[in-house]
Write a protein that binds this ligand. Structure first.
Ligand code: FAS
Ligand code: PHB
Length: 390
């Protein structure tokens, strides 16, 4: 069996794996990424769109922060809408801003940077398996081109997403899992039509949530709340536009441009956290360890935050003088993660149709009215959305 040797094996070449790979590279820590798909498949997944300030800092550290700052759309606030009512959340209240810059572009920038730096990424690596991560000599096996391969390493980083192999390799009795699922999902559409507004709006509608976001001044990203088990095959772009226009506030509906879908998909909404995030010499990073509903625009930002946390941890370990750095990774990451899980859960319960109970909707309307009249409440939303300092 062909055997390679490196310091850190990274499973998964999504945002977490690629950021970790770049940061380790810059610290002089050898690493190999194993990704089960090919690059085009990874780039074809249309997902997040908003980068928090700490995330842009991490991307700069990884050497790919200039393009988001140069080409991303500055987000200086957003709108909460209900009926024809509106509350503007101004990020200036906390002296920060966010950037609208699609996850696909972040991933492409990272792939190009890794290729330029000579980092090793084995795409289409099948049956990746972590081994002996409770020992001093962990290793990883995988299949490629009809051969089984082995990589001996010091550490394994599970950056393989919610359905990856890393977390599944941990026996149930060693994990404490926290989870709550919402009875609905987001039907998203990406279309080359002029956005209804240059500001992102979250809209609480009696028949279900909708969001107006964008990727550029000519490309829109919109979402509709749909029942949890909705079948995407039942939704054409035309059906989406009819329902979307029906729920939009009048001023936004007047600006709506429709067109063919570049992509349509349904994302279930749930919250999940696995603790701890370290098992011997195996670390869980990003969606491999936690999932948040996209309402708070946190998933991608959390994943990149974890990658930066782990890179600093491993740098402290290898540079010596910090014997407890490895032990601290999980608690430090979870402190940041739980605050984002709470905010994402809270935004979801505030803005979505949770049930047919009139009481729940009255509570939501009361909270929205209160927020509109309270700078303190608006400031709390702004500081959570822009990313709490790590
Ligand atoms: P990813 O899932 O991105 O990457 C994991 C990688 O590991 C993948 O490339 C996968 O192919 C690979 N992999 C999996 N199993 C493997 C194995 N056994 N061996 C080797 N490789 C393996 N977040 C937001 O902030 N806003 C949004 O609007 C938003 N929308 C989303 C929509 C959808 C449909 C989904 C699924 C997620 C969305 N998210 C959103 C969250 C999303 O952006 C994630 O938080 C982000 O991709 C997490 O990055 P990673 O942790 O790198 O995981
Ligand atoms: C997006 O632009 O895709 C987006 C924006 C904000 C969110 C989720 C998704 O909370």
């Amino acid at each position: 069996m062909p055997t390679e040797r490196t310091q850190v094996v990274i499973i998964g070449a999504g945002p977490a794996g690629l950021v970790l790979g770049q940061l380790l590279q810059k610290c002089g820590i050898d690493n190999i990424i194993l990704e089960r798909r090919d690059p085009d498949y990874v780039l074809g997944r249309i997902r997040a769109g908003v980068l928090e300030t700490p995330t842009v800092q991490a991307l700069k550290e990884a050497g790919v922060g200039d393009k988001p700052e140069r080409e991303g759309l500055h987000m200086n606030g957003f709108n909460l809408r209900w009926g024809e009512e509106r509350c503007h959340i101004d990020f200036g209240m906390v002296g920060k801003h966010a950037l609208v810059y699609g996850q696909t572009r972040v991933t492409r920038d990272l792939m190009q940077a890794r290729q330029a730096s000579g980092g090793i990424t084995h795409y289409e690596a099948e049956d990746v398996q972590p081994h002996d991560f409770d020992s001093e000599r962990p290793w990883v096996s995988y299949h490629k081109d009809g051969q089984e391969h082995r990589i001996e390493c010091d550490f394994i980083a599970g950056c393989d997403g919610f359905h990856g192999v890393s977390r599944q390799s941990i026996p149930a009795e060693r994990k404490q899992e926290f989870e709550t699922a919402f009875p609905f999902g987001w039907l998203g559409i990406l279309a080359d039509v002029t956005p209804v507004s240059e500001e992102v709006s979250w809209i609480n509608h009696p028949e279900g949530f909708l969001m107006c976001s964008l990727r550029s001044r000519t490309r829109s990203r919109y979402y509709l709340q749909v029942p949890k088990n909705e079948d995407i095959r039942q939704w054409s772009a035309d059906r989406f536009w009819v329902e979307y226009e029906r729920r939009l506030p009048r001023d936004l509906a007047a600006n709506l441009q429709t067109g063919p879908a570049l992509e349509m998909s349904i994302t279930p909404l749930h919250s999940y956290v696995c603790t701890p995030m370290r098992f011997g010499r195996l670390f869980l990073v990003g969606d491999a360890a936690h999932i948040v509903p996209p309402t708070g625009a946190k998933g991608l930002n959390l994943a990149i935050g974890d990658a930066q946390e782990l890179a600093h941890t491993l740098h402290a370990h290898y540079s010596g003088g910090h014997p407890d750095a490895i032990e601290q990774y999980s608690d430090r990451a979870l402190g940041r993660i739980w605050k984002a899980v709470r905010f994402s859960w809270w935004m979801t319960t505030l803005m979505h149709k949770l049930s047919d109970q009139p009481f729940e909707r009255q509570i939501q309307l009361a909270e929205l009215e209160y927020t509109r009249g309270s700078k303190a409440a608006q400031t709390a939303i702004a500081e959570n959305f822009c990313g709490l300092d790590h």
